[in-house]
Design a protein around this ligand. Structure first.
Ligand code: NAD
Ligand code: SER
Length: 320
């Protein structure tokens, strides 16, 4: 029995990934855990554990008790939230990973997934089709924690043989869950405003192009990477992954096609400097070569899905 533990399961990705894993395997095999309460969407779909990942001994007890063999670790403080509290972000992002890798080593967990981010790239990395091994000095504490975390994943694979796998997710866009403090959050907020009939004030410039991905693609990529034969995995830091690159102006235009009365204005804040330091697009040919990665959502298809699924009753106000 290869039981799976998803830590950070009540978050933006955690909720959708847990649901997908429970469909793929079975509800009982996938244990969801989080510091905050169980996400409403997870209720009744499988077991939930309250868990603080910063307490390594509790993590060990739960891993042993439930005979966990695979861990997905999704806890982190994201880029914008992290710049408001850099030392706390460093502590959470690093200690959660070290606790997980150490418990994996000590308790014979065989597989770990931990996501990295496009935030590993700093302003010196190429803006277009940023390559897998581009030189980078990240400009955020979040980026520093992801770059360092990738090296720890690499180390635990080569030193201890733990099958750690990782992806540098682009900004993720979802309708089932809300974002948790990132620079790419505008691309979700914009839909909620449009559906509520509110003007959207965007915190990035109109022409700020960033790498993004629809959540369905991100969840599928994660499961495909984790199911790929170990011999195919040539990158033991984290794989570059690309979906769709667009600007606020372009997504607003696409939304206006379906909601003509939608209006937007631009008031860049501190998040603009973070976005300025990231690439505009990502070269992911190594993921395509190694485990067959191919995105399936473009801007038009994603916009249609988002507008179709967010009902006016569920849309939240993004007025600041
Ligand atoms: P999120 O903030 O929505 O979710 C994180 C979850 O971790 C939350 O449910 C939170 O309650 C939980 N958590 C926080 N502290 C905890 C603790 N001490 N113990 C247990 N749980 C705790 O984040 P997300 O957007 O779902 O991101 C998940 C992962 O994906 C992170 O590693 C993030 O860096 C990475 N990532 C996300 C994006 C994105 O666009 N969302 C892009 C790139 C990478
Ligand atoms: N979406 C994330 C952020 O903006 C990128 O890792 O922080």
């Amino acid at each position: 029995m290869n039981k799976i533990l998803v830590i950070g399961a009540s978050g933006q990705i955690g909720t959708e990934l847990t649901l997908a894993l429970r469909q793929h395997f079975s509800g009982e095999m996938v244990i969801a855990a989080d510091l905050k309460r169980e996400a409403d969407l997870l209720k009744g779909t499988g077991p939930f554990l309250p868990l603080d990942i910063m307490d390594k001994e509790i993590l060990r007890v739960q891993v042993r008790r439930h005979e966990i063999k695979t861990i997905y670790l999704l806890v982190a403080m994201l880029s914008a939230a992290g710049e408001k509290n850099p030392l706390l972000a460093w502590q959470l992002n690093m200690q959660s990973l070290i606790n997980t890798l150490e418990v994996a080593r000590e308790e014979s967990v065989t597989k770990v997934f931990w996501p990295s981010s496009i935030a590993v790239f700093g302003k010196d990395a190429p803006k277009q089709n940023c390559p897998q091994d581009a030189y980078s000095a990240p400009s955020t504490v979040y980026g520093i924690s992801k770059l360092t975390g990738e090296q720890w994943c690499h180390y635990y694979y080569y030193r201890y043989g733990i099958d750690v796998r990782s992806i540098r997710y682009p900004g993720l866009i979802s309708y089932k869950t809300l974002p948790g403090g990132g620079t790419t959050d505008y691309a979700i907020e914009i839909f909620h405003s449009a559906i509520r009939g509110e003007n959207y004030t965007c915190f990035l410039r109109a022409d700020q192009r960033l790498p993004m991905m629809y959540m369905d693609d991100a969840v599928r990529a994660t499961i495909e990477l984790m199911e790929a034969p170990a011999a195919k995995i040539s990158v033991r830091t984290a794989y570059n992954l690309a979906g769709i690159s667009f600007t606020p102006e372009e997504i607003a235009r696409e939304i206006k096609r379906l909601i003509p009365e939608f209006t937007i204005e631009y008031q860049p804040d501190f998040r603009q400097a973070i976005a300025d330091s990231w690439p505009e697009s990502i070269d992911d040919h190594i993921a395509a070569r190694d485990w067959g990665w191919k995105p399936s959502f473009n801007l038009k298809k994603m916009t249609e899905e988002m507008i179709h699924h967010i009902s006016p009753g569920l849309a939240v106000s993004t007025k600041r």
